[in-house]
Design a protein around this ligand. Structure first.
Ligand code: SF4
Length: 490
């Protein structure tokens, strides 16, 4: 495919920089899923859908298509545009499909773990794609292995296939029983030769939405993928809900009672594309409001406001609108650096930063700059960007972060460093300010974040968000005999 349809949001800066070359310490997205039911061009639609979700996982991509009698599938390491070409797509004939883009923690990065995972069981073929993390998967896996199961992958997703295969009930009931045993944050697409199932965890931690395209139903981790293919958004899948699609159409069911709604706050703050909607709210607008609330909470006198591209631009516009300080493009992201091999010397690391991000000297020279960013993980990224601005002549750099301090690891599919590496877990805001070399540093308050995402319903606990990485209040159990696990292992 041509570069023209490459989404600007594709994360060469965020994803590559966040772990592979050690330059940037941004959090890693988890995965993205895309499903089609009832369209003769299921493979092509999925291709465009997965392309729009590329920022959620750049390590592997896969697509499984069903035509009623058999599965056709293709999975490989690489970007969507590298994994699929015209010939591969035309070999994937059928009117329903599930697709996946994946990011994994290192060591888990192998093609056998690329999704959708495909299984043969007594009733036929089964394909599984998921976004998120099953917290109790190691425990379930150990129990299954002790009773004879042989696993093909190291993916936590595989446990659901074993649980379904062991059940004597029909497929839908078996899937409900299996889902009921899982603890964590997940959105599942399960496909057999005649059915497509869609499920969300009981807290709705990971996003998944539904749309219509003609008579077909589409499902996606983010609504931006619907826009690309011209589909009409219907709604988000509800916590604990199970949708069943087959020859009889769509049936709304549930496998678990909904628990308190706890959609990942980092989806609002950073992960999801600004042209996606979450909970009926557009992300660009929500991030602008974060900037506006941030300005109300921590105004500072300055000459220009700039946002760290791309995820903080919306919030920077909001901060500028609220304060009257002009918004400027003080930082530019180079989208075409590709993967860089950076020697482990400080000098070359700094060079690597400049390859990926530049300060615009004519904008910031001699100016007091407010730099808006979405989060601070280890602090190394913020320090490097502050230094870029200073080297370009900024006289003051005031850092404003549109999330509360990130203090705790995630158990639900976001790859976070150990608690000890999270700078906010052990340092005061003043200590962090000194480490990142800023003139001032402020974080958005938890209440400010809830206000910005539109959590004005008083019954909507914490705005319907999980905020555990800020406040240590995890919406599910996380301790399973010391086998707690975090990071995207799906
Ligand atoms: S702990 Fe943080 S990153 Fe993980 S799901 Fe909750 S809000 Fe998202």
């Amino acid at each position: 495919m041509s570069d023209e349809i490459m989404p600007f949001w594709t994360g060469d800066y965020y994803n590559e920089g966040s772990g592979r070359d050690g330059i940037f310490d941004k959090l890693k997205e988890e995965c993205g899923v895309f499903g089609v039911f009832g369209h003769p061009e299921a493979a092509s639609i999925s291709y465009y859908g997965l392309h729009a979700l590329q920022h959620r996982g750049e390590e592997s991509a896969g697509l499984c298509v069903a035509n009623g009698t058999e599965f056709n599938y293709h999975r490989e390491m690489g970007l969507v545009k590298e994994v699929f070409d015209r010939d591969k797509l035309s070999s994937l004939q059928g009117d329903r499909s599930i697709g996946h883009v994946r990011y994994s923690t290192s060591g888990d990065s192998r093609v056998t773990n690329a999704q959708p995972l495909i299984f043969k069981y007594r009733d036929g073929d089964l394909a599984v794609a998921t976004n998120g993390n099953i917290v109790n998967a190691p425990k379930i896996r150990r129990e299954l292995e002790q009773s004879g199961s042989i696993f093909q992958t190291t993916s936590d997703t595989e446990v659901i296939a074993h649980l379904i295969a062991r059940s004597s009930k029909d497929f839908v009931e078996a899937a409900k029983d299996a889902l009921h045993q899982l603890v964590g944050g997940f959105a599942f697409l399960l496909m057999t030769n005649d059915k497509l199932l869609v499920a969300s965890d009981p807290n709705g931690l990971r996003p998944i939405s539904m749309a219509r395209l003609g008579d077909a139903y589409l499902f996606s981790s983010e609504t931006c993928a619907f826009e690309v293919v011209g589909a009409e958004i219907i709604r988000d899948i509800r916590p604990g809900e199970l949708l069943v699609l087959d020859a009889n159409g769509l049936r709304e069911d549930r496998y678990a009672e909904p628990q308190r709604k706890a959609l990942c706050a980092m989806e609002y703050i950073y992960f999801a594309r600004p042209d996606s909607d979450l909970n009926g709210s557009n992300l660009h607008s929500a991030r602008k409001r974060m900037g506006q609330v941030m300005a109300q909470e921590s105004f500072v006198n300055a000459d220009v406001v700039t946002g760290v591209p791309d995820s903080s631009i919306s919030a920077a516009i909001g901060y500028a609108e609220q304060t009257g300080i002009p918004y400027e493009l003080g930082l530019i992201k180079n989208k075409y650096t590709g993967r860089t091999f950076i020697q482990p010397s400080q000098e070359l690391r700094e060079l690597g930063v400049k390859m990926k991000l530049s300060a615009v000297r004519r904008v910031v020279e001699g100016k007091r700059v407010v730099m808006i960013d979405d989060s601070i993980v280890r602090g190394t990224t913020s320090r490097r960007i502050v230094n870029l601005l200073r080297e370009a002549g900024a006289t003051e750099v005031h850092v404003r972060i549109t999330s509360p301090p990130f203090k705790n690891p995630c158990f639900y599919g976001i790859d976070t460093p150990d608690r000890g590496e999270l700078i906010a877990s052990s340092r005061s805001i003043e200590e962090i300010r000194q480490e990142i070399n800023a003139d001032s540093l402020e974080f958005l308050s938890a209440d400010g974040l809830i206000q910005a995402v539109g959590g004005d319903n008083k019954d909507d606990y914490k705005g319907g968000m999980c905020m555990a990485c800020f406040d240590n209040d995890y919406p599910t159990r996380t301790d399973f005999n010391g086998e707690e696990k975090y990071g995207c292992t799906s």
